[in-house]
Design a protein around this ligand. Structure first.
Ligand code: SAM
Ligand code: SF4
Ligand code: SF4
Length: 338
C-alpha cells in the first residue's frame, strides 16, 4: 500500500475543475482584483483529469470529490462525471457546489453517475447571504437544493462556514432547516486558507461552542467520523431527526488521518490544503509521459509527504509566539479546491 511519511494512505482525490466562480464569498475569495486566473488552455481536459484519476485509483484511492472554484460553471461537467464514474475502483463520487446552478444541472449530474452532493449554504437570511457570497442569490440556491432532491440525490449535505459576528447566529436556524428538510448539515470552522480572507482566531467559532448552541435546543449523541478519517465529526439528534457534523480544522485538527490529495484545475498535485505550491503533472502529461512514469512521480511525492499544517497551527497557537496566519503564503482556496 502507498503510504506517506506519516503512514497515511492516499484515499481521496479532490479535483478542482476550475478556479472561476459565480460567487465571491468573503471567507474564500474576497478579492475584487485578482490577476492569476488560470488560462483556458492551461485547464486539464476531462480526458486528462480522468487519466490522472485512474492512476490515483490504482494507487489506492477510492473516493473522488469534484470542486473548485465553482465546479458547475465549467461547461458540461456531467461529461466528466460520466467518465469518472466508469473508472474501476471508484467507490464514491461527490460534488461540492454553491448550488446556484443546481436547478439546471441536477438531473444531468445524477444521470451521469454522481453519487453525492455537498451544497454550501452559510445563511438562510437573503440579505446576509448576499453580503457573504457577494454575488449569490439565496432563493436560487434553495431552489437548487429542491431540484437536487427531486433528481433523486439522497442525504445531501449542507456545508456552512461559521464566522463569528457574521453568521454565528445562523447555527441553530441552519440546523433546524436541515432537520426539517432531510439534509445533513456540516458546520465548518472558519479557516485561514489562502492569503486574503483576514482570518483571525477571534473570528473562529470553535466546534465546542457550535455543539453547545445546538445541543441546548436539540440534544446530540456523538457518532464519530465517517470511514474513520472524514474531516467531519458527526452527531445525531437524540430525537432521531437526522444528524449534524462539525469540521474543526482549527481547534481539533485531523492531519493524523488525512488521506486527501488535491489536483488543481491546471494539473498541479497538492498534498495539503495549506500548501504553498503544487507539483506539475500537466507538463508531464502534455509532453507524453507514460502512465507508468506518472504513477512513479505521484507515488514518490506521496511517499515523501509530511504535511500536517493544521496540527502545526494548533501547536503554534498554544505556544508563546502564537500563530500569525499572514506569515504563511498559501495557495488560494479557489485554486486548490476545498
Ligand atoms: N464553490 C463550491 C462551494 O462553495 O461549495 C466548491 C468550492 S469551495 C472552495 C469548497 C468548500 O470550501 C465550501 O464548502 C466552502 O464553504 C469552503 N471554504 C471556503 N473557504 C473557506 C474558509 N476560509 N474556511 C472554511 N471553509 C471554507
Ligand atoms: Fe466560490 Fe465556493 Fe469560494 Fe464561495 S466558497 S467563493 S462559492 S469557490
Ligand atoms: Fe490534511 Fe493539510 Fe488539512 Fe492537515 S492541514 S488535514 S495535512 S489538508
Amino acid at each position: 500500500m502507498l503510504l506517506d511519511a506519516h503512514h497515511r494512505p492516499v484515499k481521496d482525490l479532490r479535483i478542482s475543475v476550475t478556479d472561476r466562480c459565480n460567487f465571491r464569498c468573503t471567507y474564500c475569495m474576497p478579492f475584487a482584483e485578482y490577476s492569476a486566473w488560470i488560462d483556458r488552455h492551461e485547464l486539464l481536459t476531462y480526458e486528462e483529469i480522468a487519466r490522472v484519476a485512474a492512476i490515483f485509483l490504482e494507487l489506492g484511492a477510492d473516493k473522488i470529490r469534484l470542486t473548485g472554484g465553482e465546479p458547475l460553471v465549467r461547461k458540461n461537467l456531467e461529461d466528466l462525471v460520466a467518465k469518472l464514474s466508469a473508472l474501476p475502483g471508484l467507490r464514491d463520487l461527490c460534488l461540492t457546489t454553491n448550488g446556484a446552478l443546481l436547478t439546471e444541472k441536477a438531473v444531468a449530474l445524477k444521470a451521469a453517475g454522481l453519487k453525492r452532493l455537498n451544497v454550501s449554504l452559510d445563511s438562510l437570511d437573503a440579505e446576509k447571504f448576499k453580503r457573504i457570497s457577494q454575488r449569490g442569490d439565496l432563493p436560487r440556491v434553495l431552489e437548487g437544493l429542491k431540484a437536487a432532491q427531486r433528481a433523486g440525490f439522497e442525504r445531501i449535505k449542507i456545508n456552512a462556514v461559521i464566522e463569528r459576528g457574521v453568521n454565528d447566529d445562523e447555527i441553530l436556524p441552519l440546523a433546524e432547516f436541515a432537520r426539517a428538510n432531510g439534509f445533513a448539515v456540516r458546520f465548518i470552522e472558519f479557516m485561514d486558507v489562502g492569503n486574503s480572507n483576514d482570518w483571525t482566531l477571534q473570528k473562529v467559532v470553535p466546534k465546542k461552542e457550535m455543539l453547545e448552541r445546538i445541543a441546548a435546543r436539540y440534544p446530540l449523541e456523538r457518532v464519530g467520523r465517517e470511514d474513520g478519517s472524514a474531516p467531519a465529526v458527526d452527531y445525531r439528534f437524540a430525537d432521531g431527526a437526522g444528524d449534524v457534523g462539525v469540521i474543526a480544522s482549527v481547534t481539533e485538527p485531523f492531519c493524523g488521518d488525512c488521506t486527501r490529495a488535491r489536483l488543481t484545475a491546471d494539473g498541479k498535485l497538492v498534498t495539503c490544503l495549506f500548501s504553498r505550491d503544487g507539483h506539475d503533472l500537466k507538463t508531464m502529461i502534455r509532453s507524453g509521459a507514460s502512465d507508468e512514469s506518472l504513477r512513479e512521480f505521484i507515488s514518490a511525492l506521496w511517499r515523501n509527504r509530511t504535511d500536517r499544517y493544521s496540527e502545526e497551527r494548533l501547536e503554534a497557537m498554544n505556544s508563546a509566539q502564537g500563530y500569525e496566519a499572514k506569515s504563511h503564503k498559501k495557495l488560494e482556496m479557489i485554486v486548490l479546491g476545498g
